[in-house]
Design a protein around this ligand. Structure first.
Ligand SMILES: Nc1ncnc2c1ncn2[C@@H]1O[C@H](COP(=O)(O)OP(=O)(O)OP(=O)(O)O)[C@@H](O)[C@H]1O
Ligand SMILES: [Mg+2]
Length: 505
């Protein structure tokens, strides 16, 4: 690097000389001083065979760090840091991982297809009279890449794209995934205030998810195909996103499935609480602030906003099985202060939905029939996945996960009971929790016996409830018939009296 310094020093000396010369030669005609300046620049570049490219921390979007800068930082920390003399170790913002990067004002060399490239990291001297509007206390930094001019094409066309690609891959490898939730609208003042996050650490995976193995395989195939379909989506002119509707009774694993998907795809999760969003404009802001490689979730979509635009006060009603189907939100009314169906549809597949890269949108509901068909039509929610009561194949996954048991004499009886009784995987799992670690073997027997008892009880309860419902229905029918009969009698009597009055007799 000393060679580079020498040439760079010589070049800048010549440039300074040129500047002084132009100052001193004020009286010389402009054309002549211009010629001298051009000549001196040519001489400097002839004498200095090294070129440099600067990568600034803040690019055109001044409040956001440049992608290339971040990629270069990650690339250098991964590929070149060990060759640097001054290293900087930090704890990542959201994780306990140690991150090592090149220290400020240090230099690192890198070799690429026979070319040597020197990297400098430096800080820009802050201008004291500039007020920092964007809250970043540190002075902006920049990387300078220096290389021989004969490698110019190689560096621009191949090396820098290589740095960008590798840097992004390192970032994905090292990143701690995050679970975001939206702040109440109007709460935050700045750009980054619309979402808050914590580290995403849900342990659910597809291995621990109890469901039919074939269905599980299909979902995994679907996710994998989506992840690799960037070119396909571009070819057919669609935004790279996919919608899933997860529906089914409580405790059947809808939320668990979302966590398993996030872990499988290595995506962040944005848990969107619609009831905390004031209007469609805020909804759009939230969407724009999400990043690619993420799952955006709206849980209990049927309860989020109701027909009259009121929020979340109907979960009880919905669970109580109100007869009248209820749409999630008012289709037409947009009073500027509510999230409307059209706002939500725009969020899912309007023009904005294409910003930012691959995304999965998931709605969950306990009552699929109560959703507006426009919201869940194919193309918006591409796949509807039913999470249902625990059957034998799903039970086997739970038994293996909870008790380490793959075969047992009670399995036959349990299988039969599970076919006859509707019990959610959450309830089955509750019965499979071993009481004591030491006596695990014995506890497995106890747990399975408990489960048999619970299933028998549930079957009995369901039969009683059915009997009761049938009796109530029969009674209602009888009352109805009795009313009709009474009405008929009265009608007959009236017509009889009319007839007698009319002297038809
Ligand atoms: N299919 C499943 N596989 C494994 N565990 C499950 C499954 N379903 C439920 N569980 C267990 O039951 C608990 C509750 O499940 P979960 O929260 O995923 O249900 P849900 O369908 O989202 O319910 P709700 O409709 O009330 O939101 C989970 O913590 C999980 O341990
Ligand atoms: Mg849930």
């Amino acid at each position: 690097m000393a060679v580079v310094d020498k040439w760079t020093g010589l070049g800048s000396a010549l440039a300074s000389f040129l500047f002084l010369w132009s100052m001193v030669q004020r009286h010389v005609p402009v054309t002549l001083s211009h010629r001298v300046a051009t000549w001196a620049n040519k001489l400097a570049s002839y004498l200095n065979p090294y070129l440099e490219i600067t990568i600034s921390e803040y690019g055109a979007e001044r409040f956001r760090r440049s992608d290339l800068f971040l990629a270069a930082e990650a690339y250098l920390s991964d590929a070149c840091a060990l060759r640097a003399r001054k290293l900087k170790a930090e704890i990542g913002r959201d994780s306990s991982n140690l991150q090592v990067s090149v220290g400020d004002n240090d230099e690192v060399t890198d070799d690429f297809q026979g070319a040597t490239v020197w990297w400098y990291v430096a800080k820009k001297v802050p201008r004291s009279n500039v007020i920092n509007l964007y809250g970043n206390q540190d002075e902006p930094r920049f990387y300078r890449v220096v290389f021989h001019r004969r490698h110019r094409d190689l560096v621009v066309a191949k090396y820098l794209p290589h740095v960008l690609r590798e840097g992004r891959a390192v970032t994905v490898r090292n990143r701690q995934r995050r679970l975001f939730t939206n702040n109440p609208s109007g709460g935050g003042r700045g750009r980054g205030d619309v979402w808050s996050h914590v580290a995403f650490e849900h342990p659910a995976t597809f291995d621990t998810l109890a469901m039919d193995p074939e269905e599980k395989e299909e979902i995994l195939d679907d996710l994998e195909a989506f992840r690799e379909a960037k070119d396909y989506y571009t070819k057919v002119g669609k935004a790279w996103k996919r919608g899933y509707l997860l529906y089914g009774p409580p405790g059947t694993g809808k939320s668990t499935m979302i966590a398993a998907m996030a872990n499988f795809l290595d995506y962040d999760v944005y848990d969107l609480e619609l009831t905390a969003v004031n209007n469609n404009t805020d909804l759009r802001k939230l969407f724009i602030e999400t990043t690619g490689k993420s799952i955006i979730v709206i849980e209990d979509i049927d309860c989020s906003v109701d027909l009259t635009g009121k929020r979340k006060d109907d979960k009880k009603q919905a669970d109580g099985g109100a007869d009248k189907p209820k749409l999630p939100m008012e289709p037409e009314k947009d009073e500027g202060s509510k999230v409307t169906l059209s706002g939500l549809l725009n969020f899912i597949d309007g023009l904005w939905s294409a910003c930012g890269g691959e995304r999965i949108i998931i709605f969950t509901t306990n009552h699929k029939d109560k959703l507006d068909p426009a919201l869940i039509r194919r193309g918006r929610m591409d796949r509807h996945i039913e999470m249902s009561y625990c059957r034998f194949r799903a039970f086997k996954v739970l038994a293996k996960n909870y008790l380490d048991v793959e075969e047992h004499e009670l399995f036959g009886q349990i299988g039969q009971l599970l076919e006859e009784t509707d019990m959610s995987p959450a309830d089955v799992a509750e019965n499979l929790m071993p009481m004591s670690k030491k006596k695990k073997k014995r506890d497995a027997n106890v747990c399975l016996e408990n489960l048999v008892e619970a299933l028998k009880q549930a079957k009995e309860d369901a039969a009683k409830a059915k009997e009761k419902a049938e009796a109530a229905k029969k009674k209602a029918q009888e009352e109805d018939d009795a009313k009709k009969g009474k009405g008929q009698d009265q009608g007959d009597k009236t017509s009889e009296s009319k007839m007698s009055n009319g002297h038809i007799k």
